[in-house]
Design a protein around this ligand. Structure first.
Ligand SMILES: *[C@@H]1O[C@H](CO)[C@@H](O)[C@H](O)[C@H]1NC(C)=O
Ligand SMILES: *[C@@H]1O[C@H](CO)[C@@H](O)[C@H](O)[C@H]1NC(C)=O
Ligand SMILES: *[C@@H]1O[C@H](CO)[C@@H](O)[C@H](O)[C@H]1NC(C)=O
Ligand SMILES: [Fe+2]
Length: 478
């Protein structure tokens, strides 16, 4: 008892004195006003089917390779099969190139999907705007996208982070606010459509409506997908027992480009970031394929080329909300040590329908035979962000544990999205934006210092380089 008390005092002492933790955590007092959290009706214009026979709909894209020189473009044609063909080029209306892919379709209970097209468009130039056209004749539609700059340590880039989106009026607000942010790629932390809240044929129909709902963003920039529990769709009573079936049919990922054995977990590199996508609902314990893959992928991370190491998963590892409390423990037990060892910069998760950010802490000294059971400040640990507040029909998770644990820096039960704006190899600016009814309100923000490049010896090296070049400039100007 005495030693436990001592430990507690010591832990709080350490927490209070670490430079990361000079401020006690904040539980926001903001209470959001009533705003309906119900799904938008199917006949709303947010889900409008574009006019035309067999017209492409639900257009979405994701990165198609390891380094950002390819995209996978997907869409659905509802009326009949047709060639999966993307025409593209670098000026509007002039499509010099054609890429062909494949068509798939599936049934879910008695629902029959439309014809789902997936086309890999590769060998693109970096930092280039491409225009593309899909569909035929009067039903053809045109879109565009911008490829990222070449991989490099000081390449600025702005990511958005969205989780648990669904298709309510709150989801719409999140999507609109995200689109105003100027971010170039979405890191999506799972739970896409919430179609699984429906039964029988409506499951499929709500996947289709969601595809049309997000098209205004997903047709123009990649969304990096990860799966949540609402993608599992295990429904023995409908005779649907293959997990992730709708999700995998509709949302391909570039897993082969990173030697992953499954589309459920994979990695990409984009601008100055190395992004690792994990599957909370696939096996991950020692010796399973995901575990083996992650071990190898972490060795491939080159912080001299891509300084920013970002991990996405659905279930948060550090969460002080009553909802889904400790569901991330099993993954924490397996992977947290690696995150600390490899100095992951930030881990984004969803699942909990509220916002929370942690300090840099770890709990890797704990083992089942020792007493070191408290998370402690750890400069090598990632910051953990939960942003499962996209706005789905389940509503918000409003009850946080009281008192706020020392590891929790900021928490608020509101809808919203985050952005991560990378400036160079050492600095990135992070924001969480609350949806305050119609308005977007920047609410939590901090400067993220890179874990690799902010080590003192590397910082000294960088400083010397800068001094030398500044001196060079001074001498040159005399
Ligand atoms: C896919 O489409 C073809 C052609 O219309 C049809 O014959 C087949 O039954 C469909 N498959 C599924 C699984 O729905
Ligand atoms: C468990 O933790 C205790 C206390 O930190 C340590 O002495 C012991 O070596 C650990 N056991 C294992 C198997 O790592
Ligand atoms: C990186 O960006 C930050 C913030 O804009 C700036 O203060 C810093 O000097 C930059 N570092 C380098 C090495 O350019
Ligand atoms: Fe979830």
């Amino acid at each position: 008892m005495k030693s436990l008390l001592f430990q507690l005092i010591l832990t709080s002492f350490v927490l209070l004195n670490s430079d990361n933790n000079v401020n006690a955590g904040v539980t926001s007092v903001f209470i959001r006003k009533e705003y309906p959290s119900k799904d938008i009706p199917l006949d709303d214009e947010a889900f409008a089917v574009p006019t035309g026979h067999n017209v492409p709909q639900q257009v979405h894209m994701t990165q198609g390779d390891y380094d950002g020189k390819a995209v996978i473009i997907s869409w659905v044609t509802a009326d009949e099969p047709e060639a999966s063909k993307v025409q593209y080029g670098t000026s509007k209306g002039k499509y010099e190139f054609t890429a062909e892919g494949k068509m798939t379709n599936y049934t879910f209970y008695k629902y029959k999907s439309g014809y789902i097209h997936h086309v890999l468009v590769d060998d693109l130039e970096y930092d280039t705007k491409y225009y593309y056209k899909i569909g035929t004749g009067d039903s053809a539609r045109e879109f565009w996208f911008q490829t990222p700059p070449k991989i490099g340590p000081d390449v600025p880039y702005k990511f958005g982070i969205i989780g648990d989106l669904g298709q309510t009026y709150n989801s719409l607000s999140t999507l609109q606010h995200y689109m105003e942010s100027g971010a170039e790629t979405v890191l999506f932390v799972g739970d896409l459509s919430y179609a699984d809240r429906y039964q029988y044929n409506d499951v499929g129909i709500r996947w289709d409506s969601w595809g049309r709902f997000v098209e205004k963003s997903t047709a123009y920039q990649p969304w990096i997908w990860s799966a949540g529990n609402h993608e599992i769709e295990y429904f023995p009573y409908m005779d649907e027992v293959v997990p992730f079936r709708s999700y995998l049919q509709r949302y391909p990922t570039p897993h082969l480009a990173c030697k992953s054995s499954s589309p459920m977990w994979y990695a990409i590199r984009r601008a100055s970031a190395h992004i690792i996508v994990l599957s909370s609902y696939s096996p991950f314990v020692k010796y399973t394929p995901q575990w083996e893959w992650l071990r190898e992928e972490l060795k491939r991370v080159d912080r001299e080329k891509t300084p920013w190491l970002i991990v996405l998963m659905h279930i948060p590892i550090y969460n002080s909300n009553d909802v889904h409390f400790m569901e991330g423990e099993s993954m924490r037990a397996v992977f947290e040590e690696w995150f600390v060892h490899h100095k992951v910069d930030i881990v984004f998760a969803g699942h909990v329908h509220a916002y929370e950010r942690s300090y840099r802490i770890s709990n890797i000294r704990y083992n089942v035979s020792s007493g070191d059971r408290y998370p402690v400040p750890d400069k090598s640990a990632p910051v953990y962000v939960t942003v499962g507040d996209g706005g789905n029909q389940e509503g918000l998770a409003g009850r946080f544990s009281d008192p706020q644990p020392e590891y929790s820096a900021f928490r608020e039960a509101s809808y919203g999205h985050s952005t991560l704006e990378i400036r160079n190899r050492t600095h990135a600016f992070y924001h969480w934006n609350r949806n305050d009814d119609g308005k977007k309100v920047p609410t939590d923000s901090f400067v993220l210092h890179n874990q690799y490049w902010s080590s003192s010896s590397r910082r000294r090296k960088l400083k010397k380089q800068h001094l030398r070049s500044a001196l060079g400039r001074m001498i040159a100007s005399y």
